[in-house]
Design a protein around this ligand. Structure first.
Ligand code: IVH
Length: 676
């Protein structure tokens, strides 16, 4: 009986280990999760029935075990070193120069690796079985975290193959991928629990759990970056670091796919630059690259200084998080009256730029962060993402810190600030009486996707409103060149040019006009849907909420915003001024309905790509659809015509390959004109 159980346990261990490797290391799941769970339950059941048969490398050990009272300390067999840093390219070049001199050779081969932002871990395999895992600690002694490390899916509990050394220490980084981190924090936040500041802290915190069952629920991963102590080799170790990493890979250890050989200073620099560019799109955080001399003989020749090797350097990217002080909070009023708190910060260099402002979004965000004026805060700027305050360093709060209060009156027009139930945002109730909202409304009205008034930038709009030359969008069309010349830095020539652009902007389309009104929640696409549905402005303005809900992608909230917009006397006045009478200020072609059986492009599928300079994508799509075409996102052999704007890329290549007809933007405009 026990013999049969042992055989079954061995077989299950082998199968589950293989599936685990496929899933976590090769990223290539081989069986459905449900099947994996079934096999795991069978194994756990057998192990419960036959406790003597429980193996140290059993995949069941990955779920965590009884909590520990404390961590044991572990003396590292070989110290775990740290790395010297290069803070910029020049410091890497200086590092390379030093090595050239010491080695007397200019052609140094490097192994280049991402510098993973997690925590260093040492794994000890005896006879291929993971015996012990430890943190780096102070480099000489760390903490034993074997139970916790066993829960990391990509760490093999048993090595693959049969040519691994009898004693093998693997060093690497345990980390938390960004997606897992976000998901974990989202859940913690929803449950009202504490969230982690960043993936690195989350990884460290998860591995420092005395209860490994908690660690097992955390989405941790591991990449090996070096061998430590090695004894009892069954095959000679390779004499290159890169090649040794490949050996580790062959024994089932995960190694970052970004590890590469690079030649000399230029090779190292090129790697640094390239990985820096890829940084934001990687699924985990890195804070630089590590460049290591590849030949082990050269490594030995170079040796160590203090606690770091001479043969490796960490080239750091600009930090994405820094500390700074919140000096003040100001409140900005947006187009829809939203009163947004903006943090004024002590300027700080983060993510490659100097940051002195950051949005605090709304009152809920201020409450979530628990931030006060005077606090030391952590600022984060990653990739092109706008800077964020991620947390407050509570124990650095000064005695005179001040609570941030959302104003009860608009800082611009002194109207009451209201906050509606279920909305996080506070709003100024002043509407277009509020100068701030007026400015934003006019900026929006003139913006590129709206009436597209060439040369009317944000600064100029602010000036026009400040000087009381313009109060509403309609006033723009009453401006004269001579009135404009009264503005600073506005000569007759520029003034006339602006009047011309304003005149040109009068010819528009109904979707653009609707978008330009700045109705809440009505973006380009909704404006196009509304125009297509109602055909005329009076029909839309008269629509009831239920009529509006009938429009594609318009829900109750949007419908109510549209309904109320057209019932505000002030808005009615502005619209009347913009469209009234014979000499209508702004005009657009009527949307004629073509009977379905007469639609010239009926049954055709069109695709739009590239940049259109005269007509937006949404307009082009709407116009094609009005002629009966279906507009799709991808080119196939069923595509009738591809409209290729400027800088068209792969879709154009594909269309040409498939022999699909191609039109440029002018060609499309000509075609549309024919069917007007
Ligand atoms: S090698 C003797 N390679 O950076 C060289 N370290 O201060 C020892 N790290 O705590 C380290 N990615 O955990 C090496 N590809 C990589 C690394 C890496 C991240 C961490 C390591 C250590 C710190 C170095």
């Amino acid at each position: 009986m026990s013999q049969a159980a042992k055989q079954r346990i061995d077989a299950l261990c082998q199968q589950l280990t293989e599936h685990n490797h496929q899933y976590y290391v090769l990223d290539n799941p081989s069986i459905p999760d449900a099947e994996y769970d079934r096999l795991m339950r069978e194994l756990q059941q057998l192990e419960r029935e036959h406790p003597a048969l429980l193996r140290a490398d059993s995949p069941s050990q990955r779920v965590g075990g009884e909590p520990l009272a404390q961590f044991n300390s572990v003396a590292h067999l070989k110290p775990m070193l740290s790395l010297d840093n290069a803070m910029n390219e020049a410091e890497f070049s200086a590092f390379h120069q030093r090595l050239v001199e010491r080695l007397g050779s200019a052609e140094i081969q490097y192994c280049s690796e991402p510098k993973l932002d997690g925590i260093a871990v040492s794994l000890l395999y005896r006879d291929g079985v993971l015996e012990r895992a430890a943190t780096r600690g102070d480099g000489m002694t760390g903490e034993e975290i074997t139970q916790n490390v066993k829960t990391i899916g990509s760490v093999p509990l048993r090595l693959q193959g049969d040519d691994f050394p009898t004693l093998l220490e693997v060093r690497g980084e345990a980390f938390m991928p960004k997606a897992g981190f976000d998901e974990m924090n989202r859940k913690a936040h929803a449950a009202g629990e504490k969230t982690f500041v960043n993936p690195r802290n989350a990884a460290a915190g998860s591995l420092r759990q005395l209860d490994s069952r908690i660690t097992a629920t955390r989405p941790l991963a591991f990449y090996a970056y070096a061998m430590g102590v090695v004894e009892g080799q069954r095959q000679p170790l390779d004499n290159g670091h890169y090649q040794q990493l490949q050996q580790l890979k062959s024994w089932g250890l995960p190694v970052s796919p970004l590890v590469e050989l690079a030649l000399g200073e230029q090779g190292g620099l090129a790697y640094f630059r390239r990985v820096n560019e890829e940084r934001a799109s990687l699924p985990y955080e890195i804070d630089g690259v590590v460049i290591k001399v590849n030949q082990l003989e050269q490594q030995q020749q170079l040796g160590f200084v203090a606690r770091a090797p001479r043969w490796a350097i960490a080239c750091k990217f600009p930090a994405e998080e820094e500390l700074t002080t919140l000096n003040d909070v100001e409140f900005q009023v947006g187009r829809t009256g939203a009163v947004t708190p903006v943090a004024r910060l002590e300027p700080v260099f983060v993510g490659g730029v100097t940051v002195s402002n950051a949005t605090l979004h709304n009152g809920d965000e201020i409450a979530r962060l628990g931030v006060q004026i005077g606090d030391t805060v952590i600022i984060r700027r990653a990739g092109d993402v706008i800077p964020q305050i991620v947390s407050v360093v509570q124990d650095r709060r000064p005695e005179d810190a001040r609570v941030i209060e959302i104003p009860t009156e608009c800082p611009v027009c002194q109207s009451k600030v209201e906050r509606f139930e279920g909305e996080a945002v506070a709003r100024c109730s002043g509407g277009l009486f509020c100068e701030a909202q007026r400015k934003e409304a006019i900026k929006h009205f003139a913006s590129r996707k709206a009436l597209d008034v060439d040369g009317l930038g944000d600064k100029l709009v602010e000036l026009l409103v400040d000087k009381e030359l313009v109060k509403t969008p309609a006033d723009l069309f009453g401006l004269s060149a001579s009135a404009l010349t009264m503005l600073p830095r506005m000569g007759m020539k520029s003034a006339e040019k602006l009047i011309k652009s304003l005149d040109a902007a009068r010819a528009t389309t109904l979707p653009r006009f609707l978008y330009s009104l700045g109705i809440r929640e009505v973006g380009e696409a909704t404006a196009a849907n509304l125009a297509r549905h109602f055909k005329t402005l009076p029909a839309l303005a008269a629509a009831e909420v239920d009529d509006l809900i009938a429009v594609d992608e318009v829900g109750e909230i949007v419908a109510k915003h549209v309904y109320y917009f057209f019932r505000q006397p002030h808005n009615q006045e502005v619209i009347a001024a913009l469209t009234a009478g014979e000499s209508a200020t702004v005009y657009w072609p009527e949307i004629a309905e073509i009977a379905e059986d007469q639609q010239p492009l009926k049954g055709q599928t069109w695709v739009l790509t590239g940049t259109m300079s005269q007509m937006g994508r949404a307009d082009a799509k709407a116009a094609l659809e009005a002629l009966g075409a279906k507009v799709s996102g991808s080119v196939s052999k069923n595509t009738s015509t591809l409209v290729a704007g400027e800088k068209a890329g792969s879709k154009l290549t594909k269309a040409t390959d498939l022999g699909v007809a191609v039109l440029d933007e002018q060609g499309l405009l000509d075609l549309l004109a024919q069917h007007q």
